[in-house]
Design a binder for this molecule. Structure first.
Ligand code: SF4
Length: 213
C-alpha cells in the first residue's frame, strides 16, 4: 500500500515539462521541513491505496504524463515499484524528489527532477550528493532560491559539478512570494550562468483556495 494524499489532473509546473497536461500523484509524508515548504498539508493524512487502485484511477483521467510528487515520494518504500508499473502501462513518468533520499531505486526510464536544497531551506545538510552519480542525462536538477546567499551557493554547485553539462536541465526557481523573480533573473544574466530561470507556473494560475499544484 501507498499513502496517497491526492491524485488530480493539472499542468506540470516544475520542469522542462512545465505547461503540459499531467496527472499528479501526491504521496503523503516527508522527513524534511524546508522553511518555505508549500505542501505542508501533505505531511500527513491521505488514504491507503494499492498500486492497482492507483492505476485504475489513472485510467479514468486522460493524460500520458504522470508525476509522482509529495511530500517526499521516495520516503514511501513502494514508490519505485509504482513508477515502474506506470512506465510499463505506457506513461511518461516524472518523480520530483528532495534529493535527500536514495534515487537509484527508481527505474532508469523515470525522469527524476531532483532538488538540491539551498541554505535558506534550512535543510541543506540533508542533500545526499552521492545521488548525483545516479542521475542520468535525461534527469533535471532544481534549486529553489530564497536570497543572494542561496543564489551564490547554487551557482557554486553548478560550476563545481558541471551540472549543466551532465543533465537535461538545471532550474533556478525563486521562492514564491519571497524572492523577486526579476532580481534572480538579473543575477543570472549578469553571471551568464547556463541554467534556466524557472517560475512555478501553477502558482500564477491558481490561488491556494483553488489549488491545482
Ligand atoms: S522536501 Fe518538499 S515536501 Fe518536504 S519539506 Fe521540503 S519542500 Fe516540503
Amino acid at each position: 500500500m501507498l499513502q496517497v494524499y491526492e491524485i488530480f489532473k493539472s499542468i506540470q509546473g516544475e520542469s522542462t515539462y512545465a505547461g503540459l497536461p499531467c496527472i499528479i500523484i501526491r504521496l503523503a509524508g516527508c522527513p524534511l521541513r524546508c522553511a518555505w515548504c508549500d505542501t505542508e498539508y501533505a505531511f500527513s493524512g491521505g488514504k491507503g491505496m494499492t498500486i492497482e487502485d492507483i492505476v485504475t484511477q489513472l485510467k479514468t483521467m486522460s493524460a500520458d504524463l504522470v508525476e509522482i510528487t509529495g511530500g517526499e515520494p521516495l520516503a514511501q518504500r513502494k514508490c519505485p515499484q509504482l513508477a515502474k508499473v506506470l512506465l510499463e502501462a505506457g506513461y511518461k513518468v516524472l518523480v520530483e524528489t528532495s534529493g535527500a533520499l536514495p534515487i537509484h531505486t527508481l527505474h532508469p526510464q523515470v525522469t527524476r527532477i531532483m532538488d538540491l536544497k539551498c541554505p535558506g531551506s534550512g535543510e541543506m545538510a540533508r542533500n545526499d550528493l552521492s545521488n548525483l552519480k545516479y542521475l542520468q542525462r535525461h534527469d533535471e536538477i532544481k534549486f529553489v532560491i530564497l536570497d543572494r546567499r542561496d543564489y551564490e551557493w547554487a551557482r557554486e554547485m553548478v560550476v563545481k559539478h558541471e551540472l549543466d553539462r551532465h543533465f537535461a536541465a538545471v532550474h533556478f526557481s525563486p521562492v514564491y512570494d519571497k524572492m523577486q523573480p526579476q532580481e534572480l533573473c538579473e543575477w543570472l544574466l549578469a553571471d551568464g550562468l547556463p541554467v534556466r530561470m524557472h517560475l512555478q507556473m501553477h502558482k500564477y494560475i491558481w490561488s491556494p483556495d483553488t489549488r491545482q499544484v
